[in-house]
Design a binder for this molecule. Structure first.
Ligand code: OAD
Length: 236
């Protein structure tokens, strides 16, 4: 039995929720990803053939985190979590830490985290606050050349899929915020939620590729659309 009028609420966020904090989205007007084609940097093949370039790219993105801070949309989700408690779950495709810095507790990073590193040899995951390079040695297995960002690259399996799918199947509400609906499996979550009977809402600057699958589309900057939407829900 649910403890609130909204029921279980699962939120999916993408790059758009961090855009107003100053982090660039992936699919901007020229189709490039911070000046690179995604397949140049975000694949296991790129890391195997040019690890220095891949490290440079992610090091720059990690450094950028120090220049940005959470915005009103991140904060609105914290307010929602405080209201819903265990009936709230955030699934983010974002590799930044802005949800956590805003104060979110119940979050799963589907595509990994910039502030973590992993050893390709022994799979040990550790906190990563500084630049990575090919000469780094794994603190656990001592092998060189294997430390990589703890990020899901194209062709790799996103994290925690089973838990995520189970949570979506139990959701009464499913919201997708700041995500273009172009990258699977996340783009397919709305169909799973709908099939299980959830109400679905998208909030984007422009309608997502999978917009027709949502019951409601709210178009506009997340810092302007999300706080009043959450406020109305909490007040209702
Ligand atoms: P995209 O760059 O594909 O889409 C960004 C979405 O945010 C678009 O739908 C915009 O309309 C919306 N948007 C932009 N600014 C906004 C704002 N101020 N308020 C609300 N919405 C806004 O980013 P994602 O959908 O997150 O994967 O991309 C999905 C995945 O593709 C990423 O996680 C990444 C990338 O390849 C990996 O790295 C594995």
């Amino acid at each position: 039995m649910t403890q609130n009028k909204s029921g279980k609420t699962v939120i999916l966020t993408g790059a758009g929720i961090s855009a107003e904090s100053g982090l660039q989205t992936f699919r901007d007007a020229n189709g490039l990803w911070e000046g690179h084609r995604p397949e140049e940097v975000a694949t296991p093949e790129a890391f195997a053939s040019n690890p220095d370039m891949v490290h440079r790219f992610y090091n720059a993105r990690r450094q950028k985190l120090a220049e940005v801070k959470p915005n009103a949309a991140h904060q609105a989700l914290v307010d929602l979590e405080n209201y819903l408690g265990d009936d709230f779950l955030l699934i983010t495709q974002n590799v930044d830490d802005l949800h956590e810095r805003a104060g979110i507790q119940r979050v799963m990073h589907l595509h990994g985290e910039l502030l973590k590193k992993r050893c390709s040899w022994c799979n040990q995951v550790d906190r990563c606050d500084s630049d990575l390079s090919v000469s780094d040695v794994c603190p656990v297995c001592d092998r060189p050349e294997g430390m990589r960002p703890h990020i899901v690259w194209f062709g790799e399996m996103p994290f925690r899929m089973e838990e995520i799918i189970n949570a979506i199947k139990e959701a009464d509400q499913f919201w997708a915020i700041g995500t273009s609906g172009q990258v699977y499996p996340a783009a397919g979550f709305v169909e799973i939620a709908k099939s299980a009977g959830a109400s679905t809402v998208e909030m984007n600057l422009e309608a997502a590729s999978n917009s027709s699958l949502f019951d409601e589309s709210i178009i506009g900057p997340a810092t302007e659309t999300l706080p009043p939407f959450v406020g109305a829900l909490i007040a209702s």
